[in-house]
Design a protein around this ligand. Structure first.
Ligand code: NOJ
Length: 474
């Protein structure tokens, strides 16, 4: 591993903490969304992994079982400001995260702290629809400022937003599967993205004003599209167009200060615009870029496509798919319908694409999440849950691609398996398990909460902590 390489495991507040109204926490949009029965088997994050109470035992377990040198987590904004804003932060919220950070430090781990991983205080949605209003920018700026003041000396890396594209395309628009989950036109995606980007820029400015020297970045979902037929010029052009939506929508503004031209051209006047000051505030607003390259998809053009961009379909006159009518899949299927093992496309091709097309050649890159769930993992007997060879294979092949990138000079400086432990998988509730450490609970999230270490954790420790070969068998 290169020197100073960040090897973390990750969790996010709503997915693990529970304690949904403890110590003055206000409701988030995910509390409301899950309480309204929108998640598999009516699951909620009310208890989740009880990390709110168990972090003192869990963090040393992560360190010992996975061999990490870093811990990646997110703050629940509504623990800090129960209604999203206020004159003073909730002291109990500050005290809680202080303890989490101290526990990580005591265990020799550095920390990467995400300000926003999808759980906006519900009040901000009720008041002005969250990301659909530019009022969000000021509230987020004030929250970020509080966090830089409170934790500036304790967080080693800052991440402003987790997966902005999923935040907007899954939370808003014609088919929202995530909170807040209220239907609207496709243009809502781009309004959401625009306000999110401006909020990021505002936080980056606060970070600078606070005099912090710790790196700040953003963490993007990253599902590169590859031409279905690599020999077809049409498929290649379709993949190129689609990647300006998939990859370029957020990368380009934070690197160059502009939206990708193909995306703006596709939507014309209805696409949001930056003022020159906004562009300047975005350009170069990150010190590192996190990418979550779980999987990839194929692209082929939609023939005779008559400006389908404003419909519910995938934009840019592109058909995105992962399975052919004959049942051929882009990679090895997993327990999540959208996720296939195909790191040669998602990781290797995806990061090369960034370098070639979006001017990121010197920017430090992290694989800020990657991972998978075994098919029907919830129902497997305990020994098969523990001996998770498909997940070992996932990490083995993914690390091969990461190594190839590093060998070719791509500045990959971090690797973060998702997740440290099984957790609440959003709309899928507890029916899909991504942890390299398991939890004894059922598909409804009910059970003893006892932790158990999976083989994948052992594999990662042996390769990334002890320096054994990627081909190591466990
Ligand atoms: C990315 C998200 O950031 C995380 O919250 C989610 O659990 C994983 N993907 C797996 O779907």
């Amino acid at each position: 591993m290169p020197k100073d390489f960040v090897y973390a495991c990750a969790v996010a507040a709503y997915q693990v903490e529970g304690g949904w109204k403890d110590d003055g926490k206000g409701p988030s949009i995910w509390d409301t969304f899950s309480h309204n029965g929108n998640c598999a088997l009516n699951a909620t994050g009310d208890v989740a992994d009880d990390f709110y109470n168990s972090f003192r035992k869990d963090i040393p377990l992560f360190k010992n079982a996975i061999g990490i040198n870093s811990f990646s987590f997110s703050f629940a904004w509504s623990r800090i400001y129960p209604n999203g804003r206020g004159d003073h932060p909730n002291p109990k919220g500050i005290a809680y995260y202080t303890q989490v950070l101290k526990t990580a430090k005591r265990n020799g781990l550095n920390t990467s702290c995400t300000l926003y991983h999808w759980d906006m205080p519900d009040t901000l949605y009720q008041e002005y629809k969250g990301f659909l209003s530019d009022k969000f920018v000021d509230d987020y700026r004030a929250y970020a400022k509080t966090m830089f003041q409170a934790f500036g000396g304790m967080c080693d890396y800052w991440i402003t937003f987790n997966e902005p594209k999923v935040t907007c395309t899954h939370g808003y628009g014609p088919n929202p599967e995530h909170a807040p989950g209220v239907k609207g036109p496709v243009t809502d995606w781009y309004t959401c993205g625009h306000n999110l980007l401006l909020s990021h820029a505002a936080a980056a400015q606060e970070h600078k004003d606070a005099g912090l020297k710790t790196p700040i970045g953003m963490k993007l979902d990253h599902m590169p599209l590859v031409p279905f037929d690599k020999n077809s010029a049409e498929d290649r052009a379709a993949a190129d167009r689609a990647n300006d939506f998939e990859v370029g929508w957020f990368v380009t503004p934070i690197v160059t200060g502009q939206y990708p031209k193909a995306l703006v051209d596709a939507y014309g006047d209805s696409f949001p615009k930056f003022t020159p000051e906004q562009s300047a505030s975005l350009k170069g607003s990150i010190d590192f870029l996190g990418l979550d390259p779980y999987t990839a998809a194929w692209a082929t053009p939609i023939q005779n496509c008559n400006e389908n961009v404003m419909s519910n379909d995938y934009p840019m006159c592109v058909r995105k798919f992962q399975t052919t009518p004959e049942g051929k899949t882009i990679g090895v299927p997993t327990g999540s319908a959208w996720n296939f093992l195909d790191p040669e496309d998602s990781v290797y091709f995806g990061l090369k694409l960034l370098q070639d097309r979006y001017n990121t050649s010197t920017l430090p890159l992290w694989i800020s999440e990657t991972g998978m769930t075994q098919i029907n993992e919830t129902e497997l007997p305990l020994d098969r849950k523990t001996d998770d060879q498909p997940r070992v294979e996932w990490y083995r092949r993914t690390l091969e691609s990461v190594k190839k990138l590093i060998d070719e000079g791509v500045p990959v400086t971090g690797f973060v398996p998702w997740a440290c432990l099984d957790n609440f998988e959003w709309a899928r509730g507890y029916t899909e398990r991504f942890g390299v450490i398991g939890i004894k609970y059922d598909a409804e999230g009910k059970g003893s909460q006892e932790r158990f270490v999976k083989k994948s954790a052992e594999y990662l420790k042996r390769v990334l902590h002890k320096g054994e070969k990627i081909s190591t068998q466990v």
